[in-house]
Design a protein around this ligand. Structure first.
Ligand SMILES: [Fe+2]
Ligand SMILES: [Fe+2]
Length: 372
Protein backbone atom coordinates (compact mmCIF):
# COMPACT_ATOMS: atom_id res chain seq x y z
CA UNK A 1 0.00 0.00 0.00
CA UNK A 2 1.54 3.39 -0.92
CA UNK A 3 2.62 5.60 1.95
CA UNK A 4 0.76 8.67 0.70
CA UNK A 5 0.63 11.77 2.91
CA UNK A 6 -2.63 11.83 4.83
CA UNK A 7 -4.43 14.03 7.34
CA UNK A 8 -5.83 10.89 8.87
CA UNK A 9 -4.69 8.85 11.86
CA UNK A 10 -3.41 5.37 10.89
CA UNK A 11 -5.31 2.25 11.99
CA UNK A 12 -4.03 -1.26 11.16
CA UNK A 13 -6.23 -4.30 10.59
CA UNK A 14 -5.00 -7.91 10.71
CA UNK A 15 -7.59 -10.24 9.21
CA UNK A 16 -7.15 -13.13 6.76
CA UNK A 17 -10.68 -12.87 5.40
CA UNK A 18 -10.79 -10.51 2.41
CA UNK A 19 -14.52 -9.82 2.89
CA UNK A 20 -13.99 -8.80 6.54
CA UNK A 21 -11.16 -6.51 5.52
CA UNK A 22 -13.41 -4.91 2.92
CA UNK A 23 -16.16 -4.31 5.51
CA UNK A 24 -13.73 -2.85 8.06
CA UNK A 25 -12.03 -0.66 5.48
CA UNK A 26 -15.33 0.67 4.20
CA UNK A 27 -16.41 1.62 7.73
CA UNK A 28 -13.11 3.17 8.82
CA UNK A 29 -11.67 4.63 5.63
CA UNK A 30 -13.64 7.93 5.65
CA UNK A 31 -12.08 8.84 9.01
CA UNK A 32 -8.79 6.95 9.28
CA UNK A 33 -5.93 5.78 7.09
CA UNK A 34 -6.41 2.01 7.11
CA UNK A 35 -3.46 -0.37 6.68
CA UNK A 36 -4.72 -3.94 6.22
CA UNK A 37 -2.84 -7.24 6.48
CA UNK A 38 -4.14 -10.67 5.50
CA UNK A 39 -0.96 -12.28 6.90
CA UNK A 40 -0.23 -11.86 10.60
CA UNK A 41 3.55 -12.25 10.11
CA UNK A 42 3.53 -9.45 7.52
CA UNK A 43 1.66 -7.32 10.04
CA UNK A 44 4.20 -8.01 12.80
CA UNK A 45 7.00 -7.19 10.36
CA UNK A 46 5.38 -3.85 9.51
CA UNK A 47 4.82 -3.10 13.21
CA UNK A 48 8.57 -3.29 13.83
CA UNK A 49 8.92 0.12 12.16
CA UNK A 50 5.39 1.53 12.35
CA UNK A 51 3.10 2.35 15.23
CA UNK A 52 -0.54 2.78 14.24
CA UNK A 53 -2.92 4.53 16.66
CA UNK A 54 -4.89 1.28 17.04
CA UNK A 55 -4.58 -2.30 15.79
CA UNK A 56 -7.52 -4.64 15.16
CA UNK A 57 -6.57 -8.35 15.37
CA UNK A 58 -9.02 -11.00 14.18
CA UNK A 59 -9.07 -14.30 16.08
CA UNK A 60 -8.83 -16.40 12.89
CA UNK A 61 -5.89 -14.64 11.30
CA UNK A 62 -3.15 -16.75 9.58
CA UNK A 63 -0.44 -18.07 9.83
CA UNK A 64 -0.13 -16.99 13.50
CA UNK A 65 -3.53 -17.12 15.20
CA UNK A 66 -5.08 -14.02 16.74
CA UNK A 67 -3.94 -15.08 20.22
CA UNK A 68 -0.35 -15.78 19.07
CA UNK A 69 -0.27 -12.45 17.22
CA UNK A 70 -1.34 -10.60 20.36
CA UNK A 71 1.24 -12.53 22.41
CA UNK A 72 3.96 -11.51 19.92
CA UNK A 73 2.79 -7.89 20.14
CA UNK A 74 3.07 -7.90 23.90
CA UNK A 75 6.67 -9.07 23.68
CA UNK A 76 7.43 -5.75 21.97
CA UNK A 77 8.64 -2.84 24.14
CA UNK A 78 5.56 -1.11 25.59
CA UNK A 79 6.49 2.24 24.04
CA UNK A 80 6.38 0.71 20.55
CA UNK A 81 3.18 -1.26 20.93
CA UNK A 82 -0.10 0.10 19.56
CA UNK A 83 -3.37 -0.28 21.49
CA UNK A 84 -4.88 -3.64 20.48
CA UNK A 85 -8.54 -4.48 19.80
CA UNK A 86 -9.24 -8.23 19.52
CA UNK A 87 -12.08 -9.20 17.15
CA UNK A 88 -13.96 -12.48 17.73
CA UNK A 89 -16.43 -14.32 15.50
CA UNK A 90 -18.96 -14.78 18.28
CA UNK A 91 -19.79 -13.77 21.83
CA UNK A 92 -18.91 -17.22 23.24
CA UNK A 93 -15.45 -17.34 21.67
CA UNK A 94 -12.68 -18.08 24.23
CA UNK A 95 -10.53 -15.60 22.23
CA UNK A 96 -12.34 -12.69 23.91
CA UNK A 97 -11.03 -13.67 27.33
CA UNK A 98 -7.64 -14.79 26.01
CA UNK A 99 -7.09 -11.53 24.12
CA UNK A 100 -7.91 -9.51 27.25
CA UNK A 101 -5.65 -11.64 29.44
CA UNK A 102 -2.78 -11.34 26.92
CA UNK A 103 -3.16 -7.53 27.15
CA UNK A 104 -5.63 -6.39 24.45
CA UNK A 105 -7.17 -3.08 25.53
CA UNK A 106 -10.58 -3.86 24.01
CA UNK A 107 -12.52 -6.61 22.27
CA UNK A 108 -15.31 -6.59 19.69
CA UNK A 109 -17.65 -9.31 18.43
CA UNK A 110 -18.79 -9.71 14.81
CA UNK A 111 -20.86 -8.60 13.02
CA UNK A 112 -19.19 -5.26 13.60
CA UNK A 113 -21.60 -2.35 13.61
CA UNK A 114 -20.08 0.82 12.27
CA UNK A 115 -20.89 3.02 15.28
CA UNK A 116 -19.51 0.52 17.83
CA UNK A 117 -16.41 -0.13 15.73
CA UNK A 118 -15.62 3.57 15.32
CA UNK A 119 -16.24 4.27 19.00
CA UNK A 120 -13.89 1.41 20.05
CA UNK A 121 -11.17 2.64 17.68
CA UNK A 122 -11.63 6.28 18.69
CA UNK A 123 -11.55 5.43 22.41
CA UNK A 124 -8.27 3.50 21.98
CA UNK A 125 -6.68 6.40 20.09
CA UNK A 126 -7.73 8.84 22.80
CA UNK A 127 -6.49 6.60 25.61
CA UNK A 128 -3.07 6.45 23.90
CA UNK A 129 -2.94 10.24 23.47
CA UNK A 130 -4.07 10.87 27.05
CA UNK A 131 -1.42 8.51 28.43
CA UNK A 132 1.25 10.52 26.61
CA UNK A 133 0.29 13.60 28.69
CA UNK A 134 1.84 11.94 31.77
CA UNK A 135 5.24 13.00 30.40
CA UNK A 136 4.25 16.68 30.07
CA UNK A 137 5.24 19.43 32.48
CA UNK A 138 2.78 20.21 35.22
CA UNK A 139 0.95 23.27 33.81
CA UNK A 140 -0.04 21.84 30.39
CA UNK A 141 -0.59 18.36 31.87
CA UNK A 142 -3.01 19.65 34.48
CA UNK A 143 -4.87 21.74 31.87
CA UNK A 144 -5.21 18.77 29.48
CA UNK A 145 -6.29 16.31 32.17
CA UNK A 146 -8.79 18.69 33.77
CA UNK A 147 -10.39 19.33 30.37
CA UNK A 148 -10.48 15.60 29.52
CA UNK A 149 -12.10 14.83 32.88
CA UNK A 150 -14.70 17.54 32.26
CA UNK A 151 -15.52 16.17 28.80
CA UNK A 152 -15.83 12.59 30.06
CA UNK A 153 -18.40 13.89 32.57
CA UNK A 154 -20.17 15.96 29.92
CA UNK A 155 -20.34 12.95 27.57
CA UNK A 156 -22.14 11.05 30.33
CA UNK A 157 -24.79 13.84 30.36
CA UNK A 158 -25.47 13.12 26.69
CA UNK A 159 -25.35 9.35 27.11
CA UNK A 160 -28.25 9.41 29.55
CA UNK A 161 -27.19 10.80 32.95
CA UNK A 162 -29.86 13.36 33.86
CA UNK A 163 -27.54 15.57 35.87
CA UNK A 164 -26.64 19.26 35.61
CA UNK A 165 -23.38 20.52 34.15
CA UNK A 166 -20.54 19.79 36.63
CA UNK A 167 -19.65 23.47 36.97
CA UNK A 168 -16.89 22.83 39.51
CA UNK A 169 -15.09 20.80 36.80
CA UNK A 170 -15.73 23.56 34.26
CA UNK A 171 -14.11 26.09 36.61
CA UNK A 172 -11.22 23.75 37.35
CA UNK A 173 -10.53 23.14 33.65
CA UNK A 174 -10.97 26.86 32.86
CA UNK A 175 -8.58 27.95 35.64
CA UNK A 176 -5.94 25.40 34.52
CA UNK A 177 -6.22 26.65 30.94
CA UNK A 178 -5.99 30.33 31.95
CA UNK A 179 -2.87 29.45 33.93
CA UNK A 180 -1.38 27.71 30.87
CA UNK A 181 -2.11 30.80 28.76
CA UNK A 182 -0.65 33.16 31.39
CA UNK A 183 2.50 31.04 31.73
CA UNK A 184 2.86 30.82 27.96
CA UNK A 185 2.38 27.03 27.98
CA UNK A 186 -0.77 26.89 25.86
CA UNK A 187 1.31 25.76 22.85
CA UNK A 188 2.05 22.56 24.82
CA UNK A 189 -1.65 22.09 25.56
CA UNK A 190 -2.49 22.36 21.86
CA UNK A 191 0.43 20.04 20.99
CA UNK A 192 -1.09 17.43 23.32
CA UNK A 193 -4.29 17.49 21.29
CA UNK A 194 -2.70 16.80 17.88
CA UNK A 195 -3.88 13.22 17.50
CA UNK A 196 -6.82 13.25 19.89
CA UNK A 197 -9.89 11.91 18.10
CA UNK A 198 -12.72 13.53 20.12
CA UNK A 199 -13.38 16.50 17.90
CA UNK A 200 -15.75 18.45 20.19
CA UNK A 201 -13.18 18.15 23.01
CA UNK A 202 -10.23 19.26 20.86
CA UNK A 203 -12.15 22.11 19.25
CA UNK A 204 -13.69 23.42 22.50
CA UNK A 205 -10.29 23.43 24.18
CA UNK A 206 -8.73 25.36 21.29
CA UNK A 207 -11.57 27.90 21.29
CA UNK A 208 -11.36 28.28 25.09
CA UNK A 209 -7.58 28.86 24.90
CA UNK A 210 -8.06 31.62 22.34
CA UNK A 211 -10.88 33.18 24.34
CA UNK A 212 -8.69 33.23 27.46
CA UNK A 213 -6.08 35.07 25.41
CA UNK A 214 -8.70 37.46 23.98
CA UNK A 215 -10.02 38.14 27.48
CA UNK A 216 -6.54 39.03 28.71
CA UNK A 217 -6.07 41.33 25.72
CA UNK A 218 -9.35 43.07 26.65
CA UNK A 219 -8.11 43.29 30.29
CA UNK A 220 -11.19 41.50 31.61
CA UNK A 221 -11.44 41.00 35.37
CA UNK A 222 -10.78 37.51 36.69
CA UNK A 223 -14.49 36.63 36.97
CA UNK A 224 -15.31 37.71 33.39
CA UNK A 225 -12.18 35.95 32.12
CA UNK A 226 -13.30 32.74 33.84
CA UNK A 227 -16.80 33.13 32.36
CA UNK A 228 -15.47 33.67 28.84
CA UNK A 229 -13.10 30.69 29.09
CA UNK A 230 -15.88 28.49 30.50
CA UNK A 231 -18.08 29.57 27.59
CA UNK A 232 -15.34 28.44 25.19
CA UNK A 233 -15.04 25.06 26.91
CA UNK A 234 -18.80 24.50 26.75
CA UNK A 235 -19.76 26.23 23.49
CA UNK A 236 -19.96 23.08 21.36
CA UNK A 237 -20.85 20.46 23.96
CA UNK A 238 -24.09 19.87 22.04
CA UNK A 239 -21.90 18.11 19.46
CA UNK A 240 -21.24 15.33 21.99
CA UNK A 241 -24.77 14.20 21.14
CA UNK A 242 -24.03 13.91 17.40
CA UNK A 243 -22.86 10.50 16.09
CA UNK A 244 -19.18 10.31 15.09
CA UNK A 245 -19.89 9.50 11.40
CA UNK A 246 -22.00 12.66 10.98
CA UNK A 247 -19.67 14.84 13.03
CA UNK A 248 -16.63 13.78 11.00
CA UNK A 249 -18.33 13.26 7.65
CA UNK A 250 -16.18 14.17 4.68
CA UNK A 251 -17.70 16.36 2.00
CA UNK A 252 -21.11 17.94 1.89
CA UNK A 253 -23.71 17.14 4.53
CA UNK A 254 -27.26 16.21 3.55
CA UNK A 255 -30.11 18.53 4.61
CA UNK A 256 -30.90 16.17 7.51
CA UNK A 257 -27.24 16.02 8.61
CA UNK A 258 -26.98 19.82 8.47
CA UNK A 259 -30.09 20.18 10.63
CA UNK A 260 -28.66 17.62 13.07
CA UNK A 261 -25.36 19.53 13.23
CA UNK A 262 -27.15 22.83 13.82
CA UNK A 263 -29.16 21.21 16.60
CA UNK A 264 -26.00 21.20 18.75
CA UNK A 265 -26.88 24.67 20.04
CA UNK A 266 -30.33 23.56 21.23
CA UNK A 267 -28.91 20.30 22.65
CA UNK A 268 -26.37 22.25 24.69
CA UNK A 269 -29.06 24.67 25.90
CA UNK A 270 -31.17 21.72 27.12
CA UNK A 271 -28.29 20.47 29.25
CA UNK A 272 -27.47 23.98 30.49
CA UNK A 273 -31.11 24.38 31.57
CA UNK A 274 -30.52 21.72 34.22
CA UNK A 275 -28.24 24.21 36.02
CA UNK A 276 -29.59 27.25 37.83
CA UNK A 277 -26.25 28.75 38.85
CA UNK A 278 -24.66 29.07 35.42
CA UNK A 279 -23.19 32.55 34.75
CA UNK A 280 -25.26 34.42 32.14
CA UNK A 281 -22.15 35.03 30.00
CA UNK A 282 -21.54 31.29 29.64
CA UNK A 283 -25.09 30.79 28.43
CA UNK A 284 -24.72 33.69 25.95
CA UNK A 285 -21.56 32.18 24.46
CA UNK A 286 -23.16 28.75 24.09
CA UNK A 287 -26.47 30.00 22.70
CA UNK A 288 -25.15 32.76 20.41
CA UNK A 289 -21.78 31.59 19.05
CA UNK A 290 -23.29 30.90 15.60
CA UNK A 291 -25.24 34.17 15.42
CA UNK A 292 -23.92 36.68 12.87
CA UNK A 293 -24.14 40.46 13.16
CA UNK A 294 -25.79 40.70 9.71
CA UNK A 295 -28.64 38.41 10.79
CA UNK A 296 -27.50 35.38 8.75
CA UNK A 297 -26.55 33.23 11.76
CA UNK A 298 -28.49 30.61 13.71
CA UNK A 299 -30.48 29.51 15.64
CA UNK A 300 -32.31 32.83 16.08
CA UNK A 301 -30.96 35.02 13.27
CA UNK A 302 -30.08 37.79 15.75
CA UNK A 303 -28.94 41.11 14.33
CA UNK A 304 -26.19 43.58 15.34
CA UNK A 305 -26.52 44.73 18.94
CA UNK A 306 -28.70 41.74 19.80
CA UNK A 307 -25.53 39.61 19.76
CA UNK A 308 -23.81 39.57 23.16
CA UNK A 309 -20.23 40.93 23.37
CA UNK A 310 -18.77 37.68 24.73
CA UNK A 311 -20.57 35.72 21.99
CA UNK A 312 -19.00 38.03 19.36
CA UNK A 313 -15.57 37.14 20.72
CA UNK A 314 -16.54 33.46 20.78
CA UNK A 315 -17.69 33.61 17.14
CA UNK A 316 -14.26 34.91 16.09
CA UNK A 317 -12.42 32.20 18.05
CA UNK A 318 -14.86 29.56 16.79
CA UNK A 319 -14.61 30.41 13.08
CA UNK A 320 -10.82 30.72 13.31
CA UNK A 321 -10.53 27.31 14.99
CA UNK A 322 -12.97 25.65 12.57
CA UNK A 323 -10.78 26.84 9.69
CA UNK A 324 -7.50 25.81 11.32
CA UNK A 325 -8.60 22.55 13.00
CA UNK A 326 -7.09 19.37 11.56
CA UNK A 327 -9.91 17.13 10.31
CA UNK A 328 -9.78 13.62 8.76
CA UNK A 329 -10.95 15.06 5.45
CA UNK A 330 -9.00 18.30 5.15
CA UNK A 331 -5.66 19.91 5.86
CA UNK A 332 -5.60 22.60 8.53
CA UNK A 333 -5.61 26.11 7.07
CA UNK A 334 -2.71 28.30 8.24
CA UNK A 335 -3.49 31.12 10.67
CA UNK A 336 -2.83 33.77 8.02
CA UNK A 337 -5.11 32.04 5.50
CA UNK A 338 -7.86 31.78 8.11
CA UNK A 339 -7.60 35.46 9.03
CA UNK A 340 -7.82 36.40 5.34
CA UNK A 341 -10.99 34.30 4.97
CA UNK A 342 -12.46 36.00 8.05
CA UNK A 343 -11.56 39.48 6.82
CA UNK A 344 -13.57 38.67 3.69
CA UNK A 345 -16.67 37.84 5.75
CA UNK A 346 -17.65 41.50 5.88
CA UNK A 347 -19.98 42.53 8.68
CA UNK A 348 -21.06 39.00 9.61
CA UNK A 349 -18.49 39.10 12.41
CA UNK A 350 -17.34 42.01 14.58
CA UNK A 351 -14.72 43.65 12.34
CA UNK A 352 -13.32 45.84 15.11
CA UNK A 353 -12.76 42.86 17.42
CA UNK A 354 -11.23 40.83 14.57
CA UNK A 355 -8.73 43.67 14.06
CA UNK A 356 -7.91 43.71 17.79
CA UNK A 357 -7.43 39.94 17.96
CA UNK A 358 -5.59 39.40 14.65
CA UNK A 359 -2.10 39.72 16.24
CA UNK A 360 -3.12 36.97 18.71
CA UNK A 361 -4.52 34.74 15.95
CA UNK A 362 -1.33 34.89 13.86
CA UNK A 363 1.06 34.75 16.84
CA UNK A 364 3.04 31.49 16.46
CA UNK A 365 4.02 31.50 20.17
CA UNK A 366 0.41 30.70 21.06
CA UNK A 367 0.64 27.68 18.77
CA UNK A 368 -2.82 28.59 17.56
CA UNK A 369 -1.99 28.57 13.88
CA UNK A 370 -2.75 24.92 13.41
CA UNK A 371 -2.19 21.87 15.47
CA UNK A 372 -0.30 19.77 12.94
FE1 LIG B 1 -20.96 25.44 17.38
FE1 LIG C 1 -17.34 25.59 17.65
Amino acid sequence: MPDAPSHKTTIAVVDSNARHIAVLTEALDPFYRVMSFADSEDALDWLRTNRPSALLVDEDVQPLSGTSTIEALFRMPAARRPPVIGVAAERTSPFLDLARRRGAEATLVKPLHRAGLIRAVSDRINALVETSWDDYESTPRVALKAAAKLFAELQARFDGAEEPIPFDLVNEAGAALIKAVKFDRVGDVLYGLRFHDNYPFVHCLRVAALLAKFGMEMKLGSEDLATLTAGGLLHDIGKLAIPYPVLNKPGGLSYEDTQLMKSHVARAAQILNRSTDLPRGVRMVVEQHHEKLDGTGYPRGLFGKQVNDLARMAAIADIFCALTDRRPYKAAMTAKEAVTVMQDMGFAIDVRLLGTFTPILVDPSLGSGHID
